[in-house]
Design a protein around this ligand. Structure first.
Ligand SMILES: Cc1cc2nc3c(=O)[nH]c(=O)nc-3n(C[C@H](O)[C@H](O)[C@H](O)COP(=O)(O)OP(=O)(O)OC[C@H]3O[C@@H](n4cnc5c(N)ncnc54)[C@H](O)[C@@H]3O)c2cc1C
Length: 413
């Protein structure tokens, strides 16, 4: 049977499901995609706020130059211009004592040297931080699967200031997990790929809401390829689907629920506090990593998206253990922004707290799945040494699974 006669059901309309549907439809399969929610996008989604007449992302999503698969996907759906890239790596930071400073890599050196120089130039750093960075580089390729990032850094005696200013910020940002539980092998892989070249090291952000920047361009191509996009359609049992092939593009907890597997899946929360101000707040960069505060990252959303009108800021807190109410969070982050901006702030015109309880599936040893022969898993379930749960992992998993489906069809033909 050739691909054109095969019917594939993709379950899940997040970026993984959309990517799998795209690759399979491009190959000639007849694809039906089922999404439980009223809109596509999953965790990379936006919603329209009627009061403010503006789009809101459930959380700002950062990319890094090392996200090769996501960049290829964006290029394939003619949406590369929806990401704004830094010319070269700059990680703007702030703390109460030192004010604003940045880890800024010069473009004319190889990134490894540029990074060492950049670290040495940060206030209160120096030879101790440079030495620790060198030790990290020398030991990153032989991490064992069970070691935590904190254990790794204790082994190499990394100074507290380097951990506080850089390593903790990166670990929380990329792995959504604190150093004492995050997997060292995965973090080492992130560092190795992100800092392997100047191109990989820089950061990028979407310059439109996620649904317009990423989701709609893929969905448009899917419609053009004749893919049926079934929204508000929760698949509760595989027996509902009479397709030749089923691709599960679900985070591990949703996949297990569908398959009736009882195993627990560890996930981590991300809190986003959106604030809209009438008053202008002067900030030195599109985003700032805030040190020693509840707020971890402050994003200037309206500047990133070149929007007029109210100034839209968003504070992101990864692995947020607090259970504060919206009012308490807003009070706290307002005081922290005031202290950072050195400016008295009027209460924002509008605020919105979005707490995504299962924002990411954590990197843990994965159980072997016994799936029926026609069922393929493309979902988020990262193991030690694999990429953490990110857009890039979602796209790569979907690409790999689509290749498996295509190969299996060739073998059965
Ligand atoms: C606030 C936040 C900030 C983040 N920031 C970043 C970032 O800066 N950079 C980055 O790379 N990553 C970031 N991530 C992670 C990234 O969003 C996810 O890793 C990625 O979107 C996962 O995509 P997915 O398609 O695998 O899963 P999902 O997006 O969860 O998609 C799964 C879909 O399946 C649907 N579904 C579930 N069960 C069923 C069913 N039975 N039948 C039908 N449909 C079903 C769900 O409704 C959902 O739409 C962030 C995540 C959050 C929440």
């Amino acid at each position: 049977m050739d691909a054109g006669q095969q019917r594939v059901a993709v379950v899940g309309g997040g970026i993984a499901g959309l990517t799998a549907a795209l690759r399979l439809a491009e190959h000639g399969f007849k694809v039906d995609l089922f999404e439980a929610a009223p809109a596509l996008g999953g965790r990379t989604k936006s919603f329209y706020d009627e009061d403010l007449q503006t789009w809101v992302d459930n959380g700002p999503h950062l990319m890094v130059g090392a996200y090769a698969a996501t960049q290829k996907l964006l290029a394939d759906v003619e949406a590369s211009h929806h990401v704004t890239w830094q010319p070269n790596l700059c990680l703007p930071l702030w703390d109460k004592q030192r004010g604003f400073f940045a880890l800024k890599a010069v473009a004319w050196l190889p990134v490894s040297l540029a990074l060492l120089w950049a670290v040495a130039k940060m206030p209160n750093h120096g030879w101790a931080s440079v030495k620790a960075m060198l030790k990290i580089a020398l030991t990153m390729h032989n991490r064992n699967e069970k070691q935590t990032v904190a254990e790794w850094f204790a082994q190499i005696d990394a100074p507290d200031i380097l951990i506080q200013d850089m390593l903790n910020v990166l670990c929380l940002g990329v792995m959504n997990e604190p150093l004492h539980t995050a997997n060292a092998k995965t973090f080492a892989r992130v560092l190795a790929t992100s800092f392997s070249s100047q191109k990989n090291a820089k950061m990028g952000w979407f310059n439109k809401p996620l649904s317009q920047a990423l989701i709609e361009p893929v969905a448009k191509k899917l419609r053009a390829l004749g893919v049926c996009l079934a929204l508000r359609h929760t698949v509760r049992n595989l027996s509902e689907l009479d397709h030749d092939v089923v691709v599960l593009a679900l985070p591990a907890f949703a996949r297990n629920r569908l398959l009736g597997i009882e195993a627990e899946v560890e996930t981590q929360i991300i809190t986003n506090i959106h604030l809209w101000f009438a008053q202008h707040i002067a900030l030195p960069s599109m985003m700032v990593g805030m040190l020693g505060t509840y707020s971890q990252w402050l994003f200037q959303v309206s500047a990133m998206m070149k929007e007029d009108g109210l100034q839209h800021l968003c504070v992101t807190v990864s692995a947020d253990v607090s259970e504060q109410t919206q009012d308490e969070c807003v009070r706290l982050v307002l005081a922290e922004i005031e202290s950072m901006a050195g400016q008295k702030l009027a209460h924002p015109e509008k605020t919105r707290l979005i707490r995504e309880k299962r924002a990411t599936v954590l990197v843990r040893e994965q159980q072997q799945l016994n799936l029926p022969q026609h069922v393929f898993d493309a979902g988020e379930s990262p193991g030690p040494g694999q990429l953490p749960a990110t857009i890039e992992l979602a796209v790569i998993s979907a690409e790999k699974t689509s290749a498996l489906v295509i190969n299996a069809t060739k073998i059965n033909a």
